[in-house]
Each structure stands twice: as C-alpha cells, then as structure tokens.
Design a binder for this molecule. Structure first.
Ligand SMILES: Cc1ncc(COP(=O)(O)O)c(C=O)c1O
Length: 424
C-alpha cells in the first residue's frame, strides 16, 4: 500500500507554495493586504502558468488553463502508474491511488465541500456538469404534467437531461425569457417567479449564464421555490473558481459544477452536490456495487467505473493552488479585470453589450458586439491583429470575453484599444 505522502515523495514533485510566491512580490506584505490591481503579485501568479507569451487567452469559460503545478502533478502520477503498476496491492481502493471510479474519493469531496460550504457526504465527484445534471434529472421521478422551469438561456449540458424528461415521461419543460442583456436582478427574479405554477416541481437555473455573464438572483429564487415545495438545482459550470459559491447560503437542493473551466483543473473533472435529505432518495444513473448502499450517499454516485486517477491528481493540485492563492482574492481579481473591460467598452458608442448593465450581476464574463459585425468577424479580427482569443457567440451576440488571473490589465486595455480602432 502506498500512502499519499510516499507517493508524492516518490514522484519528486514540489508543491506550489504561495507564501514563496507572495514574498517574491512583496517581502514585507501579508497576503491579506494585497489588492486586485497589484502588478507584481499578479505577474508572479501569471508566471505559474506556461501560457504562450505571444498569444492572449480569453476563453476559460470553455476550457480553462492548467497552472504548471497541475500539469506536473498529473504527469508525474501518470508516469508513476506506468512504471509501477505492480505496486498496487488491491487492498484498499480508498487509499491506493491507481484508478478512480471505485474509491470514495473522500479527500477530494472534503476539499470540494470546503470550497462550496457543503459537507463531503453530500458531494459526489463527476466528470463534468453534463454528467452531474443528468444524474440529478435521471435520478428524480417526475409525473406527466410536472413542470421543470428554467430560463431561455441555458446551456445544452444543463438543460438537455430535463428536455429528455419531457419527451420520455411527459413532464413539461418550460422556459422564461429573461432578456439579453437582462436589465436587473429584480426584473429577472420577477420574471422567473411569475412563471412558477402549482405544477412546477423543479427549478433549474444557471447560477451564472454562460452566454451573457449574468449572475442570477438564485438565493432569492431558491427561497421562493422552497416555500412552494419545488426542487431547486443550479448549474454552476461557470461559477466554480470564478465567483463565490456557498450552497448553504443559497440553500438550493442541488448544485453541479466543474473544475476544468475557472479552477484550472484538467478537463473531465466535476462534482455534484445534493442536500442529504434528497440524495438518499435519488436513483443512480450509472450503477456499480454501491448503487443501493446508503452508508455513504456521495460514494454511491462517485462510484461509476474505472477512471483516470492522474487527472484527479491534477484536480487536487488545482484546488490547492486555488486555496493557496485565496478564493476571495481570485474572485476579486477576475471581477476587477472584467469591470475594466466593461468600463472601457462602455465608452465606445458602436459597441453593444449583452452582459447585464447592473454591475453587481457581472464578474469575469463580458459579451458584446460591434454594430454590423458578427461574432465570427470579431473573433477572426482579434486573432489576425493581436493573437487574442475571445470566443464567438454567433451572429448577433458578438464575442464572449472571459478575464482570469493569468490575464493582465495591459491585455484588457489592448483589447479595448483594438475595438476602439475598429469602430472609428
Ligand atoms: C452553463 C453551462 N452549463 C453546462 C455546461 C457544460 O459543462 P460540461 O462540459 O462540464 O459538462 C457549460 C459549458 O460551457 C456551461 O457553460
């Protein structure tokens, strides 16, 4: 049996330690004193990524960037398992880290629990948001005519398992138009609240809409739904590592998220949180030995057949990186850069924003277009002239521009200058 400490030792990987990074920037400063605009500190953070210096990445909303330490930990583990498969004694799946999919992954679930203020028992590890949402939709029993209420701006990975519920079981999939841009959180709340009927059984919402960057008033909506006995599930594909998520404060029944966008973990890493009272009655969609063993509900869903432990080693490093950096500091920096971009674009008359005008509804995602342009036009132009990579949102909605801790103020200002020049 190999303990985690021995394994790490045998891999010869040094951990990323933020105190070292901090003292590089400011030998005299404590972590808490750093501000979101501190250039030395954020330059040091950027140096933790092996990002090509000749290109600028603005699309972690699709797939994020792994810090160097994540790649190191993952590849070291991969090499280890390739060289030493015989070390695996098959004695204790929960301790021997060779494959995932049979183990309870408690250390991971505990880290995720502390990130979102849940408990490890209520968390299952998944591969992505689509899996998690499908586990929830397929695990609940709905009757014909039961309504699933959501917005008109959901991602296919969040809404499709509910649409299938409609086609297969006669449930009703109902969407509310919330506007793009949506005006303010009160209006969004009212629109969704007014669409609730006595038949509504599930309220499924993106916590943060991927196509506009709008943070929805989920806490208020979940409170309203709870009073009416409606099951609430939030799609957190765009929130984890981007904005603060506190499932106890929101008081939703379920929350699904991934780590391969804003946390910088390897692709294929996610989780599902379901309140204990609901988790115990949820059916598993992917079933193995534990499918009906209720001694550890999170394990029942985490056990889903052979998976790649090296990827989880990368996830572990990404979570540690995030915690060492300080989640609040990360959220602040992301928002600071996003706001800088929005403020700059606001001064340009031919630019139309599809992100909310209410700044409290925004963080690191900004969606905008130039009058008469398509998203593809803008995406191409950014690449041709500046090797910058935001992502097209189609003909009408221009591009989605995600700002993250590896971006700099100079990159944001350059993007604004380019748009200014194109709109002259
Ligand atoms: C809001 C939202 N939901 C779901 C998904 C799908 O996520 P995953 O690929 O992790 O299943 C995405 C991906 O971009 C998304 O933005």
């Amino acid at each position: 049996m190999i303990s985690r400490r021995n394994l790490i030792k045998s891999l010869g990987v040094s951990a990323f330690t933020l105190p070292a990074l901090t003292s590089l920037a400011h030998p005299s400063k404590e972590m808490g004193e750093l501000d979101p605009a501190d250039p030395d500190f954020w330059k040091n953070v950027r140096d933790q990524f092996s990002l090509d210096r000749h290109t600028v990445f603005f699309n972690p909303g699709t797939v994020g960037v792994m810090p160097k330490v994540v790649v190191e930990k993952m590849t070291a583990h991969l090499n280890y398992t390739a060289a030493h498969p015989a070390d695996w004694a098959y004695q204790d799946d929960n301790k021997e880290e060779f494959i995932s999919g049979y183990n309870n992954l408690m250390s991971f679930r505990t880290k995720v629990a502390s990130l979102i203020n849940g408990t490890a028992a209520e968390i299952a590890m998944t591969d992505n948001v689509t899996n998690g949402m499908s586990y929830i939709a397929n695990g609940l029993t709905l009757q014909p005519g039961d309504e699933i209420l959501t917005t008109d701006q959901e991602h296919g990975g969040g809404q499709s398992s509910w649409k299938q519920k409609e086609k297969r079981y006669g449930a009703v999939f109902k969407t509310v138009a919330i506007g793009k841009p949506c005006t303010n959180s009160t209006e969004v709340y009212d629109k969704i609240n007014q669409a609730i009927t006595p038949r509504t059984k599930v309220l499924m919402l993106s916590h943060l809409i991927s196509g506009s960057g709008a943070i929805l008033p989920v806490k208020e909506l979940c409170a309203q739904a709870r009073q009416r006995g409606i099951f609430t599930v939030l799609d957190g594909a765009q929130t984890i590592g981007h904005i603060k998520v506190d499932v106890k404060d929101i008081d939703c029944d379920a929350y699904v998220g991934c780590f391969h966008k804003w946390i910088g973990a390897p692709p294929g890493t996610g989780f599902m949180y379901v309140k204990a009272e609901h988790l115990k009655t949820l059916w598993t969609s992917v079933s193995s030995y534990r499918w009906d063993d209720h001694t550890d509900e999170g394990f029942r869903f985490t056990q889903r057949g052979t998976g790649n432990f090296s990827v989880l080693k990368g996830l572990e490093a990404a979570l540690d990186f995030h915690f060492e950096l300080g989640p609040d500091r990360v959220y602040e920096r992301i928002k600071f850069l996003g706001k800088r971009l929005r403020d700059g674009l606001k001064t340009l008359p031919k630019v139309k924003s599809f992100s909310p005008a209410e700044e409290s509804m925004c963080a690191g995602i900004t969606v905008y277009n130039i009058e008469g342009w398509t998203g593809a036009d803008l995406q191409k132009k950014y690449w041709a002239e500046a090797r910058m990579r935001p992502r097209s949102q189609g003909n009408e909605f221009g591009v989605r521009h995600c700002t993250h801790i590896f971006n700099s103020e100079e990159e944001i200002d350059k993007a604004i200058m380019l748009v200014k020049a194109w709109t002259k």
